[in-house]
Write a protein that binds this ligand. Sequence first.
Ligand code: HEC
Length: 110
Amino acid sequence: MKRLILVLVAAGLTGCLPVRRDTPLVGDLPGLTPAQARGQVVYMANCQQCHPGGSAGLGPALNDKPLPGFLIRFQVRHGLGAMPAFGPKDISEADLDALVEYVVRLQGVR
Ligand code: HEC
């Protein structure tokens, strides 16, 4: 038991355990699909200021948890707390689709 704990501590110290660090992912995302690339443009124009690179800024980090697409859509359309709502005039339906693909990609889960 003691040995197992030692191994786990050692693995943690040397970075072998899967620790998700809050590093900005924007700029070094290889091979964005066309939809994700479109979403990135929308993101930079509307979201980057508060969620820089998907990390926490004024708003919480988006890249450290698997937020489902419907929740991202809802949050964008309705806002919450300090986050403003973005109506279809701000972000079209097609742009929102692309944006969701990009945010999901930021999470690194797809
Ligand atoms: C003015 C700053 C601001 C802008 C611009 C902004 N957000 Fe936010 N966002 C926030 C804040 C603050 C919260 C936390 C709201 C709360 O829980 O009270 C948040 C929360 C979120 C959440 C929920 C995160 C979670 O942990 O549940 C998502 C998803 C999100 N924002 C996506 C976006 C997207 C996509 C855009 C661009 C269209 C955007 N935000 C633009 C400030 C902002």
